[in-house]
Design a protein around this ligand. Structure first.
Ligand code: RFL
Length: 416
């Protein structure tokens, strides 16, 4: 016997208490349809599967594409602890422990910034594509239902019927899956957030006024990690396994990617690092990423819940985008499990958005501060020489003050 509750169509709150929507026509039913097989969708899928809760993951791209998409390089302490708590650490996180320090090139000098809380840090070198590959392997081998090449559309997100996700599969067939909840884990440009009426969502954003040219090179990095603060702009290099490195060059928003020849990229990196780049090799990919911070609030609409990049973007300087996505996945998984195992008590689903947003704003504050500090401390062209000097003073405090260093290192390593 189903109770029918009509949800309000507009407004920011769609409480679920006491409600179970009626079934609609569908080819199949599940508890949660997860849109997107990135880090948030796959983590959520695995947590639900381990808890005996039905779910189907629908991914737009093919498996090979998803498993090769290179982004983050490190899994932080918070995420390692999370996978450990869910009994998945051994199976999804390989890699060596991360040395908890950052290395800078400032005025031609190399300066390591050691972290005072290093002894408690537990991060691992585990490139995002390795984490994704492992999460897929575990999900599929444990019997999870993951469908690639799926083009989705979302229906009945609010109202008295079960949400319905229609999708066109790789073979052209169209199927409809009825569910209790939809998890929108499909990134910034996915279908989930686009299905929410704009008046039901507030977008908060900050544009930093510059971009990163991100470069993926098929060479081992000269340094495990190094960041250069230079009047021409920030530069970074980070190892991505034994055969690949990521480089970043701060550049104006209107730079044309076509102007960045391989030769120019290597020369600019050498200028900003103030030393030769010894390992040069094929540049496999360049991308222009405008630095911005974005938060959408609330992170749910009716029975659709947004996770990860679908709900928020942090500038890559903070290295926290993937970690916020993982945190959302854990909060949402716990809320669904609580609902299913406690007689449809929706209290954790009702507080999903506010729980995540508290965490997200905390990290947005850190990411904005750190991004501006590092860029201003080198380049006076955005906010002037006065700001450059105060950013340098901020940075020196991290080298000299235990208290400042502790707070910073707890954020960067994910200890807080
Ligand atoms: P993902 O990982 O992008 O996964 C979204 C998935 O949804 C699929 N999709 C759809 N599926 C079905 N239907 C649709 N209509 C769909 N539309 C899209 C996509 O194909 C994809 O498989 O999102 P998620 O799970 O929210 O995870 C977010 C993180 O991936 C992201 O925040 C990080 O990669 C950000 N990020 C970094 N984060 C860190 O924590 N540390 C880092 O060092 C770090 N480095 C980076 C980064 C992001 C970068 N880019 C993208 C600018 C470096 C770079 C270059």
């Amino acid at each position: 016997m189903h109770t029918v509750v009509v949800f309000p169509i507009s407004g920011n709150c769609h409480h679920l208490s006491g409600s179970v929507p009626i079934m609609s026509e569908a080819d199949e039913n599940t508890t949660v349809v997860i849109i997107g097989a990135g880090v948030s969708g796959l983590t959520l899928g695995n947590f639900l599967l381990r808890s005996g809760i039905d779910c189907i993951i629908l991914e737009r791209r093919d498996r090979e594409y998803v498993e090769q998409r290179q982004r983050a390089g490190v899994v932080d302490s918070r995420a390692v602890r999370m996978f450990r708590a869910w009994g998945m650490e051994e199976r999804v996180i390989g890699g060596d422990p991360v040395a908890p320090a950052l290395n800078f090139r400032i005025d031609g000098e190399t300066r390591p910034l050691a972290f005072v809380s290093a002894d408690q840090a537990d991060g691992r070198f585990c490139p995002q594509q390795v984490l994704v590959r492992n999460l897929i392997d575990v999900f599929v081998s444990d019997g999870g239902d993951l469908r690639f090449d799926a083009e989705v559309s979302l229906e009945n997100i609010v109202g008295d019927e079960h949400p319905l996700v229609r999708y066109r599969g790789g073979d052209g067939s169209i199927r409809a899956v009825s569910c209790e909840f939809i998890a929108g884990c499909d990134g910034d440009r996915g279908a989930s957030r686009a299905a929410i009426p704009s008046e039901s969502l507030t977008r908060y954003s900050h544009e930093y006024g510059y971009a990163w040219l991100t470069i993926l090179a098929e060479v081992p990095a000269d340094h495990q990690s190094m960041m250069a603060l230079h009047p021409r702009g920030f530069a970074g290099q980070f190892a991505r396994g034994p055969h690949a490195s990521r480089f970043y060059l701060q550049c104006p928003l209107d730079t044309a990617i076509s102007e960045w020849t391989d030769e120019r990229i290597w020369a600019e990196l050498e200028t900003r690092f103030g030393e030769p780049v010894k390992n040069r090799g094929r540049i496999a990919n360049t991308q222009l990423v405008p630095l911005r911070s974005v938060v959408y609030s609330p992170m749910n609409y009716g029975r659709l819940y947004l996770l990860g990049d679908a709900a928020h973007i942090v500038p890559p300087m903070s290295a926290k985008g993937m970690h916020l996505a993982l945190h959302d996945a854990e909060v949402f998984a716990s809320a669904v499990i609580h609902y299913q195992t406690n007689d449809h008590d929706s209290s954790l689903l009702d507080s999903y958005s506010s729980t995540c947003l508290r965490h997200i704003w905390n990290y947005q504050a850190f990411a904005a501060w750190w991004t501006e500090l590092v860029h201003n401390a080198g380049d006076p062209s955005y906010q002037g020489e006065f700001r450059r000097q105060t950013a340098r003073a901020d940075l020196e405090r991290l080298f000299e003050s235990g208290a400042a260093n502790r707070l910073f290192s707890e954020f960067i390593t994910g200890l807080n």
